[in-house]
Design a protein around this ligand. Structure first.
Ligand code: NAD
Ligand code: LMR
Length: 325
């Protein structure tokens, strides 16, 4: 039996975590042979609800769940953590953009970044989910200088999965026939869902759908899907977000599917001419717990222009919150 991995999760009594925690404990994120200890953080007023979540986790009798820590002390939650899922933050409501959350949520990532820096495993791998996810990840990174900045990532896998569904539905194919989907940029309405290199059942997606659909229907549908869920549900996506987190960490730790890639927001190393350091979504392949940005893809002028708009938004967000670095 492998020794357990410690997974710290913030916002553990919230909507996303009510789906996420049970799937981690059942082995869907790290494998059916990998025990876990869940280290769950909440704010003090939510501790009673968190206790109930812990009771339910125990009542599932998951063999891989080797321990649960519930706490409102971040130093306890992140102690020795190998993986951190940074979910705890305010969600947006109808009519808001995710960047409107920066003022309130940015402070959380400033504070918790310092704590992680002090108490977590130096190789901790982090997935930031709380919005605006890319820039919150940057704030965390700036406050955690002891960590490897490469290991501080943000979630765009939900957008990737949304894009795969839209293309499969449009072409009448199965979801697992769609590969090589890409989300570039920010987890915001400027994100660039891109089918240029996508394949559908072994053929180029661009030969199966027209450009008009790709540019004027597919891109806005995927980029505004979070808002559409909020409008329909009254609150933001939860189970699908949890699923995106499971996929993000699963592929990072255990590898992307053979011959395919995934989308992850990672610190830019300048690839594709993007400003270094901002947390930017790229196509990546993963192996043995490391990711590599896919290089050398041909991009149309239209896609290049959209990518520049998303980069400009991230640079602007970076300036807005520089007092938190
Ligand atoms: P929620 O309000 O249901 O839960 C958030 C939880 O975080 C609450 O229980 C709250 O008490 C807790 N919390 C707040 N501040 C905290 C802190 N400092 N430390 C620990 N816990 C804290 O919200 P949710 O639906 O679970 O969404 C959480 C975040 O995820 C939101 O910011 C939302 O916008 C974002 N989100 C991101 C994506 C993505 O793809 N990146 C997708 C969906 C939602
Ligand atoms: C999403 O994409 O569903 C989340 O980021 C929640 C939101 O605010 O749209």
């Amino acid at each position: 039996m492998k020794s357990p991995l410690r997974v710290a999760i913030t916002g553990a009594a919230g909507q996303i975590c009510y789906s996420l925690l049970f799937r981690i404990a059942s082995g869907e994120m790290l494998g059916k042979d990998q025990p876990v200890i869940l280290q769950l953080l909440e704010i003090t007023p939510a501790m009673k609800v968190l206790d109930a979540v812990a009771m339910e986790l125990n009542d599932c009798a998951f063999p891989l769940l080797h321990g649960i820590v519930t706490t409102d002390d971040s130093a306890v939650a992140f102690k020795g953590a190998n993986i951190a899922l940074m979910v705890g933050a305010k969600p947006r409501g109808p009519g808001m953009e995710r960047a409107d959350l920066l003022k309130d949520n940015g402070k959380i990532f400033n504070t918790l970044g310092k704590v992680i820096n002090d108490v977590a495993d130096a190789n901790i791998r982090i997935c930031v989910v709380g919005n605006p996810a890319n820039t919150n990840a940057l704030i965390l990174s700036k406050n955690a200088p002891k960590l490897n900045p490469r290991n501080i990532t943000a979630l765009t896998r939900l957008d990737h999965n949304r894009a795969v569904f839209q293309l499969a539905e449009k072409t009448g194919n199965n979801l697992n026939d769609v590969t090589h989907m890409t989300i570039w940029g920010n987890h915001s309405t400027t994100q660039v869902p891109d089918i240029s290199n996508a394949m559908v059942a072994g053929e180029a997606a661009t030969s199966k759908v027209d450009n008009e659909w790709a540019e004027n229907d597919f891109i806005p549908t995927v980029a505004k899907r979070g808002g559409a869920v909020i409008a329909a549900r009254g609150s933001s996506s939860a189970a699908s977000a949890a699923n995106g987190i499971i996929d993000h960490v699963h592929d990072w730790m255990l590898g992307t599917a053979e011959g395919d890639w995934a989308s992850m927001a990672v610190p830019s190393d300048g690839s594709y001419g993007i400003a270094e350091g901002i947390i930017f979504s790229y196509p990546v392949t993963c192996k043995d717990g490391e990711y590599s940005i896919v290089q050398g893809l041909e991009l149309s002028d239209f896609i290049k222009g959209k990518i520049k708009e998303s980069e400009a938004e991230l640079i602007d967000e970076r300036e807005t919150c520089s007092d938190l670095f």
